[in-house]
Design a protein around this ligand. Structure first.
Ligand code: MTE
Ligand code: MO
Length: 901
């Protein structure tokens, strides 16, 4: 078969590798239909029967046929440009890294087994690239506290060990986290209820491998490490050794999913699969198995997959290393959980010509091998319950013939008591009962009688969310419409958001509803979120209409599915013009959530929002906006200019160069060598990275140090604010610092109110003015925008403008760009004067000593000239900017002449 040739370099070389004939033998199964996304198929035993023959005879189902996928355009510029994916998957953390779930109905409709196309994916970073012809040579180790450490190839795993196959449900600990995020933002991205999937996994029992390596006395844990290099090291975690060794637990070292070589997103070519535990322990792209006496000290083991006590806030959690390290808070077993899949969100049922009975359907799962013993449904908010019927398709596999082989592995499940998979439940309800009910809720109980709680246990990572799953029923004329709690990612919708926006308190024990007598007994809840919609506005707006307002004239923008007219807003806030223009015709929710400088971020500004509210985007438009928000529009033609105001553009980190103890120049390569950056002098750009742990976007404005003539690359000088024992450092700068080379990050721009047009001409919020002189006051990394303007002035020998720079720092080493600045001052002695002030100078320092203060400003600058043709440009930390404002006003400067970057 053609496909085989790619795997075995020399024509029929497989004969020499796998050419034995006794049981347990490996050879190519050329009867199997190639339906693999991958060109390579791992050898299976000769006993295996082709799909056609087995279909009727077998008591269990085989996976649905999977699709041929392509690399999607949005992945072209990410490190995952080699990975083929299904476009139906909903991206929860922007374009990259790839964290996705399927639409709930699509997932449910696939049935018991999920195809690789719709299986949820949780990737902390880029997907390692493993070519088909490297699969069998993939090497991994078993090391640490073992008598016989091993290093071996995947080929050895196939040849030397018994292969097993069985179905396992994987669930991310974050499944259903969106509900937690609506109650209160956690440090994690918003999974809907489809962070769960089931596949047939084939591989070797981890216990068999460990038994041959022989754990030493005192060994208690097994750590796993993947090949994905992340900002905080390789992904890794651990489980208990006793669990790993126990055949009942079924921990696999797997190389096939649904009979195919692992899809790259799911760990190609080798991963751990741990039934009954959260997906986070099932390490993908497996490189190392390490036996230890202590749990893993990997960063991701400590700072991910935990349920901290509910009172620990996101802010407090930043300074609680011992709480994070407390093993009691680490999650291993899944908890009992369930969801309603039908009725789907926004499904409608006609009361006049619809069915008399409605079949409620959904999924449920238990943890740690426990089985769901009951699923209960309530239509009266928990006063009474009805049992649903439960089916366990997993049990069909237990009925397979003795020693039956599937996908080259023995179906090893009949003898086992544990339950590794999800189950399905259903209940027929008369439509009239649905009509009478406000909502329908379900809860599952496992065979240890663990019951899903009524109320949410909120915690800082938002994990293990499992309260009763509630679907609200709306009567609209002759139809019923159903409303799920949330929609995944930042797709708006669901009763939780609605209730919250209407001012309801989601944690009042009644899903935020007002109940009789509440007014008398309940404490008035402080309003936590300012309402930003005008309830009187009923207009529905389409994406086409929105796009028509994508210019500076009448800019509209979208926050959480609501449309706002920026025109009125700008009248009151001219300073925010650039950000509003940048958001025009776009969804600005992310900027709004993450940048403090976004003009409507403050509580005051939020309170004004109902005034600018003009309508609601229709559902289809919301979906479209969400799906193309991150991509370049239509064309993939090479663009001559890199920066775009409306969409994020990707550039690849190509080098980091340390220029002082705590600052580095980050160089990014643009799309092509002749591409210009597109940043006018004096303007900034926005950089977006993702917090590797949570996937949350972090956005900050920077001024690059690249010249406007530079092409093909972008250089940004960044001072890194490191964590110290006393203080938390900068999230953005530390995340940037840890980014591996080759990662892409996102840029958007230009933004800023000031532009230097040359020869003394400036534009401030679009208004031109002529200056004769700049006084530039800056501190620390505030030099970067100043430097841009200064360089533009000095580079043009015909430019008569003069500049005085006052640059404050702590010690000499902290002065950024000093050699460049000194060279400029020396070459332009008539036009440029630079004074450095150091607050902690060495005795050898000959420049100014002490902080920049009133005395310095009075001596070096003084009051404004009568000609009013001097501008003061200021950039530095807020306290410094505030003091400049006060002192300069005091010396008679008008606010029009002071510009704060
Ligand atoms: N090497 C590696 N393994 C990993 C991860 C990862 O980012 N890197 N993510 C983990 C998490 S949190 C989950 S939920 C599962 C998801 O597996 P899947 O993407 O195959 O569904 O993989 C786990 N294994
Ligand atoms: Mo996860």
């Amino acid at each position: 078969m053609d496909a085989m040739a790619t795997m075995v370099p020399s024509g029929n070389g497989h004969q020499s590798v796998f050419g034995y004939t006794s049981p347990g033998v490996l050879s190519f199964d050329d009867k199997q239909t190639p339906r693999s996304h991958s060109k390579v198929e791992l050898p299976t035993t000769v006993d295996d029967i082709s799909e056609g023959e087995i279909l009727d005879a077998r008591p269990y189902a085989l996976p649905p046929r999977s699709r041929e996928n392509k690399v999607l355009p949005e992945d072209f510029k990410t490190p995952d440009k080699h990975v083929e994916r299904d476009p139906r998957l909903i991206r929860l953390t922007g374009v990259h890294p790839f964290n996705v779930e399927a639409p709930l109905s699509d997932l449910f409709d696939e049935g018991f087994l999920t195809t690789k196309d719709l299986h949820y994916v949780r990737n902390h970073g880029p997907v390692p690239l493993v070519d088909d012809n490297e699969v069998l040579d993939w090497r991994f180790t078993i090391e640490g506290m073992v008598e016989k450490p091993v290093e071996m190839a995947l080929r050895d795993l196939l040849e030397d060990y018994e292969q097993l196959t069985y179905p396992v449900t994987l669930v991310c600990a974050g499944n259903r986290r969106k509900e937690q995020n609506v109650v209160r933002k956690s440090k994690g991205f918003s999974w809907g209820p489809a962070g769960v999937s089931t596949a047939l996994w084939t591989g070797v029992a981890l216990g068999d491998l460990l038994a041959r390596a022989v754990p030493k006395r005192g060994a208690k844990y097994v750590c796993f490490e993947g090949a994905d290099k992340l900002p905080n090291g390789y992904y890794g975690t651990s489980i208990k050794l006793s669990w790993a060794m126990d055949p009942e637990r079924g921990v696999l070292v797997a190389h096939k999913m649904n009979g195919e070589v692992l899809h790259p997103d799911h760990g190609k070519p080798l991963r751990i699969v741990i039934p009954g535990q959260i997906g986070g322990r099932s390490v993908k792209w497996l490189k190392r198995i390490i036996v230890t006496s202590r749990p893993s000290d990997n960063w991701y083991h400590i700072y991910d997959n935990r349920v901290l006590p509910t009172m620990v806030t996101p802010e407090a959690s930043a300074n609680l290393p011992d709480t994070w390290k407390d093993e009691r808070y680490a999650i291993y077993d899944l908890n009992t959980n369930s969801a309603i899949c039908y009725p789907a969100h926004d499904e409608t049922v006609s009361l006049t010509n619809g069915p008399e009975m409605y079949k409620l359907r959904g999924y449920a799962y238990g943890g740690g091998g426990r089985r769901v013993g009951r699923l209960e449904v309530t239509l009266d908010q928990g006063k009474s319950w009805t049992l649903a019927s439960i089916t366990y398709p997993e049990d069909d596999y237990r009925l397979a013939a003795e020693n039956e082989i599937l996908y080259g592995g023995r179906l090893d499940i009949s003898w086992r008591d544990s339950t590794f998979c999800w189950c399905f439940w259903d209940l027929d309800i008369p439509t009239t009962s649905l009509l009478e009910a406000k909502d329908v809720m379900v809860r599952a109980m496992d065979d240890s009688m663990n019951l899903q709680p009524k109320d949410m246990y909120w915690s800082v990572l938002g994990m293990m969310n499992n309260p009763w799953y509630r679907v609200v029923i709306h009567r609209e004329g002759d139809t019923l419409r159903f409303e799920h709690p949330t929609q995944p990612g930042n797709i708006p919708g669901g009763w939780m958001e609605r209730v919250k926006n209407e001012g309801g308190n989601l944690t009042n024990g009644f899903w935020g509803e007002k109940f009789a007598g509440e007014e008398e007994v309940a404490e008035p809840e402080p309003v936590r979120e300012v309402c930003m919609v005008n309830k009187g506005v009923a207009r529905t707006i389409s994406i086409e209409e929105l796009r028509e307002h994508g210019g500076e004239d009448q800019p509209w923008f979208v926050l959480n599915g609501q449309v706002y007219d920026g025109t009125k807003f700008l009248d009151g806030h001219p300073g925010g013009a650039a950000s509003i223009f940048g958001a025009a015709g776009q969804d600005a929710t992310e900027e709004f959530m993450t940048i403090r400088k976004f003009p409507v971020h403050s509580e005051n500004a939020k309170a004004m929002m109902p005034e600018y509210h003009i309508g609601t985007l229709d559902e289809a438009s919301i979906a479209r906006l969400a799906s193309d928000g991150d991509q370049s529009p239509e064309s993939t033609e090479p663009r001559p200019v890199f920066l775009q105001t409306k969409v994020w553009s990707k550039a690849v980190l190509s080098s980091k160069e340390k220029v002082s103890p705590d600052s580095k120049i980050f160089t990014f390569s643009l799309d092509h060598d002749t591409q210009t950056i597109g940043l006018p002098v004096g303007q900034h750009l926005m950089m977006r990275v993702r917090d590797p742990a949570t996937g949350d976007a972090i956005i900050r404005a920077y001024t690059p140090i690249s010249e406007d003539t530079e092409t093909g690359r972008l250089r940004v000088l960044v001072k890194i604010y490191y964590d110290t024992p006393q203080n938390r450092g900068g999230v953005m700068t530390q995340t940037l610092d840890r980014l591996p080379l080759g990662q892409t990050i996102d840029f958007k721009g230009p933004v800023g109110k000031f532009t230097y047009l040359g020869k003394g001409k400036c534009a401030i919020n679009g208004r031109e003015r002529q200056v004769r002189r700049f006084v530039m006051v800056c501190a620390g990394s505030g030099i970067t925008p100043i430097f841009q303007v200064l360089r533009a002035v000095m580079k043009d020998k015909e430019d008569p403008t003069t500049c005085l720079v006052l640059d404050g720092n702590r010690v000499e080493e902290d002065i950024l760009l000093k050699p460049e600045l000194d060279a400029m001052a020396e070459a332009n002695a008539d036009r440029c004067k630079i004074l450095y002030a150091l607050s902690r100078p060495l005795s050898s320092w000959e420049g100014l000593k002490g902080r920049m203060d009133k005395a310095l400003y009075q001596r070096e600058v003084g009051g404004p000239p009568d000609t009013r043709d001097v501008m003061v440009l200021v950039c530095g930390p807020t306290p410094m900017e505030d003091s400049v404002r006060t002192v300069f006003r005091g010396m008679g400067w008008s606010d029009d002449d002071l510009l704060f970057f």
